[in-house]
Design a protein around this ligand. Structure first.
Ligand code: IP8
Length: 256
């Protein structure tokens, strides 16, 4: 089994609220289907989640009642994005089930306090592809918190020990510094956990911590012995290549 994170920066235009990149989602799911692998999918929220969550300051927890509308709006909007992903999975005859984080995760002070992966177990054992996503969830201290899709990927990886974890992003892989800011950033092809950089924050609004947090999560997965790949979803064929072990441009963080 492979755990795949469809990055919000690939499947949406992160600068424009609610702008979906349908053609890219279609091609990515087609590449995933063609690989013939068994997988679990988690997708990011992109501009469907980060922009409204930032507007209503949801990452600060419940401070005033007006944020409840933001909770409603953010959840509603990530569900809209999720239903687009589910539609494409249906189009390519990949029987899937959407599992909302609100129903299997509880946080405490922004950290996952309890997570119940039994629905993922059931889905996978009957041949359904589980699909989850970054969302707002209840938090026993703050009322609510933002749960990133990356956190879900981490827990799925530690629980299911997949053959690999693949992060599909809008970059060719991991660089030694932010390639959007530094033109001479060095590309890392095969890298050990100890040689990973501590990334700067990503340039667009990202209420869940951007690249810095992603690198921390990648380290934790690789430290559990699982290879982690970071691949550019905007480039045709790369996701298929990573899933099937072909030679394509990507970063591999070697599991140890
Ligand atoms: O895009 C964030 O999930 P991510 C979820 O996976 C919200 O970090 C609601 C902003």
């Amino acid at each position: 089994m492979i755990v795949i994170k469809l990055g919000g920066s690939v499947i949406t235009d992160k600068r424009t609220e609610g702008k979906i990149r349908k053609r890219i989602i279609d091609r990515l799911i087609w590449e995933i289907k063609k690989s013939g692998e068994k997988f679990s999918i988690v997708h990011g929220a992109g501009s469907f989640g980060h922009i409204p969550a930032e507007r209503y300051q949801l990452h600060r927890g419940l401070k005033e009642r007006s944020q409840l509308e933001g909770f409603h709006l953010t959840h509603h909007s990530v569900r809209l994005l999720n239903s687009e992903v589910m539609k494409v999975l249906l189009k390519y005859h990949i029987p899937s089930v959407s599992i909302s984080p609100l129903c299997f995760i509880e946080m405490r002070d922004r950290r996952i306090e309890s997570i119940d992966l039994s629905k993922f177990d059931k889905a996978l054992s009957m041949g359904l592809t589980p699909v989850s996503f970054g969302d707002v969830v209840f938090d026993s201290k703050r009322g609510f918190s933002i749960c990133s899709g990356d956190d879900i990927v981490l827990h799925l990886a530690l629980h299911f020990k997949p053959d690999k974890v693949v992060f599909i992003m809008d970059e060719d892989g991991i660089f030694d510094r932010d390639p959007k800011k530094y033109r001479n950033a060095k590309f890392l092809k095969d890298v050990r956990v100890d040689d990973l950089p501590s990334a700067e924050k990503s340039s667009y609004i990202d209420v869940t911590g951007g690249m810095r947090k992603k690198i921390d999560i990648i380290k934790r997965i690789a430290n559990d012995g699982i290879d982690v790949y970071v691949v550019n979803g905007n480039k045709i064929g790369r996701v298929y290549g990573v899933l099937t072990g072909k030679k394509v441009k990507r970063t591999r963080v070697i599991g140890c």
